[in-house]
Each structure stands twice: as structure tokens, then as C-alpha cells.
Design a protein around this ligand. Sequence first.
Ligand SMILES: C/C(=C\COP(=O)(O)OP(=O)(O)O)CCC[C@H](C)CCC[C@H](C)CCCC(C)C
Ligand SMILES: O=C(O)C1=CC(=O)c2ccccc2C1=O
Length: 298
Amino acid sequence: MTQAQISQPKIKLWMAAIKPPMYSVAIMPVWVGTALAFAEKKVFDVTVFCTFLVGAILILAWENISNDVFDSETGIDKNKHHSLVNLTGNKQLIFWLGNLCLIAGLSEILAIAIWQQDPTVFGIVLVACGLGYIYQGPPFRLGYQGLGEILCFFAFGPLVVTAAYYSQTQTWSMTSLAASVIVGIPTSLILFCSHFHQVKDDIAAGKRSPIVRLGTAKGSQLLTWFTGSIFPLTLLFVLCGIFPVWTLLSWLSLPYAFKLCRHVQQNHHQPEKVSNCKFIAVKVHFWSCLLFGLGFMI
Ligand SMILES: C/C(=C\COP(=O)(O)OP(=O)(O)O)CCC[C@H](C)CCC[C@H](C)CCCC(C)C
Ligand SMILES: O=C(O)C1=CC(=O)c2ccccc2C1=O
């Protein structure tokens, strides 16, 4: 923990604990699945869309709140001043606040299932929540084995994009599966980026994050390959006639992708400098997914 981090004002610590920009990871898969449903089937149920969005945000709030609870049990967050548990000193309160968000979020998704007399969307979201739990909750804690990025890809990619598409159409689509890959990769990149500055604390707590396993130098190279993969992959799906040409609008997010790769390559070994790379990755994710979804609507 640096002097700068220790002396941060309370409001800054609370904002860092709540992480508002991170909630775009819950919004984008719902947006892309819904945009694709509109493109393919010309349907758009605004009530289902808004209900799904609120549910997704609440479920992500549960994931983040309970992350601070579970991490307080392993000691990994002892230097994390912006952990909700450290800020309030009340683990029970935070635990129940998280559970309340989960119940409220799942109730939104259940409402969609009841309106449509079809449990499919609820079932898919329940599986995504299961992946969220085994990422951090006992006895699994698969994130501590370096498996978080894989869970993250399937949860925010194939599962939630498919559920959002299904919530609008009550059918399945291969294009939706392809689109979910384009959403899943940048979401996992955010998680990947979040480990660069935490190597010391992770090793001390026995967490073998991908960056602990690979080292920061190799990690920065892998980041460049995966970030770079999103754009040619989209082009490939366009050339195969799976995506409309307008989905290439997502290439307008390339400046953020370059910024991310350059920043991490230059600073991967300096925790204080690289610690903001997660938020550059959020920008890559936000703009690439927003424009990608727009490409289906045009
Ligand atoms: C909480 C997550 C990452 C934080 O991990 P870490 O412990 O390294 O963070 P700190 O350093 O800040 O302590 C995200 C984990 C994502 C997970 C693998 C999958 C989550 C699935 C969601 C619950 C599904 C949401 C569905 C919704 C959008 C409908
Ligand atoms: O706090 C974090 O580091 C993350 C929180 C979060 O909700 C999320 C969701 C999807 C991918 C990555 C992340 C985080 O890194």
C-alpha cells in the first residue's frame, strides 16, 4: 500500500469500493443480445430490456459486494482500504447487503420468466450466478487458482448474451453465440488487467492469478494478443456473412485498445502505474460492445 493510497479521502475510497464504471460489464451483454434480437427478429420489448438491465446490475452488485466479504476471510484484502468490509468494519452487514442485491436481481429475472411463462432465461442467469459464486466463494474460490477469466468469459459472454437474446425472442441463434465471443473476450480482459498491480498481495494470500503464474512481462504480451484478437475476429465473422458490416464500427474503439496495450507493456512491473489499466480495459469493453451492438441495429 502506497502513501498516496493510504491518504485517499473517504469519498474516493467509497467510489473505488462501489466502482461505478464497472457496471457497464453487466449492461453490455444485455445490450448486444437485445440489439441482435432486434436485427434478426425485429422485436424489442422495452419492459423486458429494462427489467433485465436492472436485474443484471443488481446481480453484479452482489458479485462485487460478496467478493469483499469472501476476500476478507482469506486475508487477501488486508491492504485494500477500499474493501467494503474494511470501510465499514461490519462484515455481516455487507454480507446481507450483497444477498439482498442478489435476491432483488434474481427477482427481476424471475419476473421476465413469469411474464413469458418460460423458465429458460431465469435458468441461464442462475448458472451465470453459480459461476460468479464458484469464482470467489468457499469451498471453491476458483479465482484463486487462476480460473477467473474462463468463468468470466462464459458468464458475461455466451450465458448472458444468449439469455438477453432469448428474453426478447424465445428462440436460439448461432449469431448470438458468435456475438457472445466478441463480448466475452473484452470482459475477461478487464479481470486479467485487475491482477497486474496485486501480485505481491496475491502471492502472500496464496492466490495464483494468471499474472502470478505467468509474470507481468508475459502477462502484458498475452494481453496484447487477446486485445488484438477482438478486431480481426469481428472482421472474420463479417467476411463469413455472420455479422453485418456495420458491426465493424466497433473498430472505432481501437485507440483505447492501443492505449491499453501500450500502457501495460510499459508499466507492467510498476504496480502504482499499472493499477489504472483495469479502467482503460473497461473503456475498450464499453466502446467496442456499444458500437458492436449498434452495428446490428443499423
Ligand atoms: C468480482 C469480480 C472480480 C473481482 O475479483 P478480485 O477478487 O480479483 O478483485 P479485487 O482485487 O477488487 O478484490 C468479477 C468476477 C466475475 C466472475 C468470474 C463471473 C461473475 C458472473 C456474474 C455474477 C454474472 C452476472 C450476470 C448478470 C450480468 C445477469
Ligand atoms: O473489481 C474488479 O476488479 C472487477 C469487478 C467486476 O465486477 C468485474 C466484472 C467482470 C470482469 C472483471 C471485473 C473486475 O475486474
